[in-house]
Ligand binder design. Structure first.
Ligand SMILES: *Cc1c(COP(=O)(O)O)cnc(C)c1O
Length: 458
């Protein structure tokens, strides 16, 4: 019998989490106006709101923190981190920032101008925000397969070469500052891009003289999928694979809160000296001096170790297999989830789960609330609440998918927690026909309403 995967680490320290009763949770969620963002974390048993900055650091990372050099200029922690980033990405220039969106802000301040277009694969919301804020347009060139929730395509994060070339043909080169390639693609469900596709996008970019930037928050998870799904990469290490795909691009922005295995941080890495020079000016204005960019020396020290650990196969296998384990348990119970399972999260298809709740009563939100009441599990709605209102008509925008995302923090929860989550959802699924009504909004902000919106039960 083949030995199963197991975590390549054991526990040295634990953090208590609190159980509670359904009665308590009913009261708490009502007091929070049925918005899961309003719950204090001690009222949550298993927190799957996000995988961003919520993972556990290793003893090596904590040890590295003690060596953090807090010098304003020339911190040796910066130099160490720079060396690791160069080793893993191959890019020559490096600028630390306080998190991923700050890296976007700095780089886009140099490159993105009013009237520009920035093609990519389902841009992340802050990425899109930083493009649109500059009165430029994000154009989604994802492959059509990306929106079919049950299609077992191995690389749903791929860019459609024909859609991309159409953008290149319809706009002058000067209006396309770069292509942004998100690996893995969170917006389409944590789905990876293949090396073949990255290479093809890179070749097309070269042909048209346009640069290619990676949004690399989950690059190590993407490399794992290439190793396990793409022919010719079985025997390559994660680090070799990552270095290869980075070599097809001109630079990257990184949220270190994901595959950096730290709680806060980010960076830009680049090959172009001119862009780097311009970016340093914005980095100093927005983030801090170029050798810390909003990060503590100790945080840079921990990130250097984290990047090395997250690009090791055994860690990635236990990480991604744990997510898949939850997906498989849910599938076995008949719960409709997005396929294939994502690298960092499982997405529940609320349109299939609770079609009995009207869409204008926020069925995915209703399901997320029920999961909290039944199990003390905090998830997040990715549906009509998040899609917000049309800025002109002020009517609700109804996206194609109504999802509940279960994002799994790295190295944080056990297989027993996964079983607990699966059974909580099974119990809801078994009584789903009784769910007839959802929620009504009683207060909302003009934009980004999901963070502060208040609901009442219908
Ligand atoms: C998280 C994330 C960002 C933004 O990073 P922050 O650290 O949250 O500012 C950008 N792109 C992707 C794909 C992300 O997952």
């Amino acid at each position: 019998m083949k030995l199963p995967y197991a975590e390549p680490y054991k526990y040295k320290m634990i953090e208590s989490i609190k159980r509670s009763t359904e009665e308590q949770r009913k009261k708490w969620i009502k007091e929070a106006h049925y918005n899961l963002f309003n719950l204090s974390s001690d009222k949550v048993f298993i927190d799957l709101l996000t995988d961003s900055g919520t993972g556990a650091m290793s003893d090596s990372q904590w040890a590295a923190m003690m060596t953090g050099d807090e010098s304003y200029a020339g911190s040796t922690s910066f130099l160490k981190l720079k060396e690791v980033v160069q080793k893993i990405t191959g890019y020559k220039y490096f600028l630390p920032t306080h998190q991923g969106r700050a890296a976007e802000n700095v780089l886009f301040s140099v490159k993105v101008k009013e009237g520009d277009v920035v093609p990519g694969n389902s841009h992340f919301d802050t990425t899109k925000g930083h493009i649109e804020f500059r009165k430029a347009k994000a154009i989604d060139c994802s492959i059509d397969e990306a929106t079919d929730t049950s299609l077992l395509h191995p690389f749903k994060g791929n860019i459609d070469i024909h859609k991309l070339e159409k953008v290149f043909k319809e706009h002058p080169k000067e209006k396309i500052p770069f292509v942004i390639f998100t690996i893995t693609c969170n917006t389409s469900g944590g789905q990876p891009a293949s090396m073949e596709n990255i290479k093809a996008v890179s070749n097309l970019c070269k042909e048209y003289g346009i640069s290619l930037i990676f949004d690399a928050a989950r690059f190590a998870e993407n490399a794992y999928f290439i190793k396990t799904r793409e022919k010719g990469y079985e025997n390559k290490t994660i680090k070799e694979i990552a270095k290869e795909f980075f070599s097809y691009g001109d630079g990257m922005t990184m949220s270190a809160k994901k595959d950096g295995l730290v709680n806060m941080g980010g960076f830009i890495a680049l090959n172009d000296e001119e862009i780097y020079k311009e970016a340093t000016v914005y980095n100093i204005m927005y983030e801090g001096f170029i050798t810390y960019g909003g990060m503590n020396g100790r945080d840079m020290a921990a990130l250097a170790v984290g990047l090395d650990e997250s690009t090791e196969f055994d860690y990635l296998e236990s990480r991604i297999e744990q997510v898949a384990y939850l997906g498989k348990r849910l599938t076995d119970f008949g719960v409709p989830v997005l396929q294939p399972y994502g690298g960092h999260a499982i997405f529940i298809d609320a349109n299939k789960f609770v079609p009995t709740i009207p869409r204008d009563e926020y069925r995915a939100q209703a399901l997320a609330i029920e999961l909290y009441i039944v199990g003390g599990i905090r998830s997040v709605e990715i549906g009509t609440v998040l899609a917000d209102r049309d800025p002109f008509t002020r009517k609700n925008r109804y996206p194609e998918l109504e999802l509940v995302r279960l994002a799994i923090p790295r190295r944080t929860y056990s297989q027993n927690h996964m079983d607990y989550i699966a059974v909580a959802l099974k119990n809801i699924y078994d009584t789903r026909h009784e769910a007839k009504s959802g929620y009504r909004i009683i207060d909302e902000a003009p934009i980004m309403r999901h963070f502060t919106v208040k609901f009442e039960k219908i």
